[in-house]
Design a protein. Sequence first.
Lengths: 290, 339
Amino acid sequence: MGLKIIVLAKQVPDTRNVGKDAMKADGTVNRAALAAIFNPEDLNALEQALRLKDKYKDSTVTLLTMGPGRAADIIREGLFRGADNGFLLTDRAFAGSDTLATSYALACAIRKIADYDLIIAGRQAIDGDTAQVGPQVAEKLHLPQVTYAEEVLKVEKGKITIKRRLERGVETVETPLPSVITVNSSAPPCRPRAAKLLMKYKHALTISERHAKAEDYIDLSADRPYLNIQEWSVNDVETDAKWLGLSGSPTKVKSIENVVFQAKEAKVLTTSDADVEGLVKELMANHTIG
Amino acid sequence: MNSVFVICEIEEGKVADVSLELLTKGRSLASTLQCKLEALVLGHQLNGIEKEIFPYGADVVHIGDDARLAPYTTLPHAAVVNALFREEKPQIGLLGATTMGRDLGPRVSSALVSGLTADCTALEIGDHEDKKAGKTYKNLLYQIRPAFGGNIVATIINPDCRPQMATVREGVMKKEIFSATHKGTVKKIDVDKLLKPEDLVVKVLERHMEKSRVNIKNSSIIVAGGYGMGSKENFQVLYDLAEVLGAEVGASRAAVDAGYADHDRQVGQTGVTVRPKLYIACGISGQIQHTAGMEESAMVIAINNDPMAPINRMADYVITGDVMEVVPKMIKYYKKNSK
Ligand SMILES: Cc1cc2nc3c(=O)[nH]c(=O)nc-3n(C[C@H](O)[C@H](O)[C@H](O)COP(=O)(O)OP(=O)(O)OC[C@H]3O[C@@H](n4cnc5c(N)ncnc54)[C@H](O)[C@@H]3O)c2cc1C
Ligand SMILES: Nc1ncnc2c1ncn2[C@@H]1O[C@H](COP(=O)(O)O)[C@@H](O)[C@H]1O
């Protein structure tokens, strides 16, 4: 029994290293100013997919990502680790999407891929920490969802059993295929790149990337179709423009503030016995302690 | 005027703290907007649950009591909430940013094509002028939240779509009785009419829930340790100090990650938000993600061997030196002076 698995993965700015040019005047993210990485929990999601592929013969793992041209890196990174193919959904029409518009575009692309048993997403993306896109895609495709997954235990008779990690416990649930699963960071980390796959897919490019190459670039993709990363624009998927990008996003950023500390006037003390005892007495006198 | 709705969560047969905190916030939003506050509770064996909710100021409590609604699964809950929201058209819908709220919220917002803002740290009412469209919006919900790993604070609005939905983490809002004698009306939901067989395809096979062991949120004094404590063993002096002061022990994420303390003690953006009358920060540098969870403490003592540690900027008392020297002295002098 082979499973056809779609993994939703996002390229995110590395929010652990944010500079001051990170935001544009209109309140959207200036992605160009930040290092772009594979969203951490999407790597956990990919690992779950790859484990299913290892376990169930003839399974395939397809990556789907929406983002600017450079998000093709996400597809390559997935191929290096064992995915079979991937789609990059990229178009100006998708720019400025909030989670609802993102999930709409992804759902439309998934409908176009059409043949799938399971969709696996990360729990949340570190740029927004929203954890909304997975469930919203599920709703748009009218599929059941299982969030906070830590481990896919088994797939049997068209049903999948999953261990979930909740705030205060664990839960084992069963859901029919196809379903949408979102995976937690508490799930096993993703396997590293495989040297063999790195060699094989090093030159996998999208058509736009190929066009941007110098004239003497030798294009091997005609003989090796696996070097072709499929790129879809808004015209390749069936969408209704009113649900896309900024216009399809009910939430708007009204304002952005950088976080600054207000320095307080502090009493500075040493570690001397006199200072510490003085402090303790003062706190007792004003009933902060005791 | 359409209502403010709070979707309440049940924990061990009682209304969860986070829901009561949201009711308190919802009450003040509803008063500002001069509309009703309504609560929604879904689950099983909810007899008398409204009595826990009315004191927090709800005018109406909608109750959906059905075996198929407990334990929580997404689809039946979403079916009931969607149906109720389509009918009642709330202007605002609030949920806890819990595993349930973060599972249900996006599902509902997707079905209703309303917006949802996750993990808000403040909710306010305000106006908005859309200069491009030449339109002014009155009384929108400002959904204020940190973004980008806590480096910025963004105010999010949904000008056109309703309900304006937001999730808020436990401990972020204050829980406050509105009036012990406040009474509203109860409306029973005909759950059976709303559930379809396809809503029941996900089955919970097994469930192990643990009670949360520590409750640092409600403690009026917190002794918090950071990575600067150096080891799990050194953390013991913090428990000793907490013991004599009647305090709880909190921790920074770096300390939790290093295994010095359990996760339920973590204070900060990805932990709990606390507002004690005294917060003693020991070996904590004071990164924004940490201070986001304790900046409303009435008084802060920072003990750090680095005189330039950022935590010092928000402290009322700064002790520059080694925690392992200072904390035992605090214990000693507290004992000496309390006799
Ligand atoms: C998305 C995101 C979310 C996060 N959420 C949280 C959160 O919820 N809570 C949180 O706390 N952090 C959070 N962090 C991590 C945060 O950025 C910091 O890394 C963390 O708070 C640092 O912890 P610390 O101050 O204990 O450690 P450090 O930054 O390593 O500071 C240790 C301090 O101890 C002092 N010190 C060392 N030895 C001694 C000694 N012997 N005596 C006295 N002082 C000493 C040092 O001078 C230093 O100031 C988050 C980060 C990200 C990216
Ligand atoms: N642009 C995108 N392309 C592909 N997957 C996405 C995208 N945005 C979000 N996702 C998926 O949805 C999950 C939750 O994202 P978020 O709701 O933004 O926290 C991520 O971990 C991804 O798996």
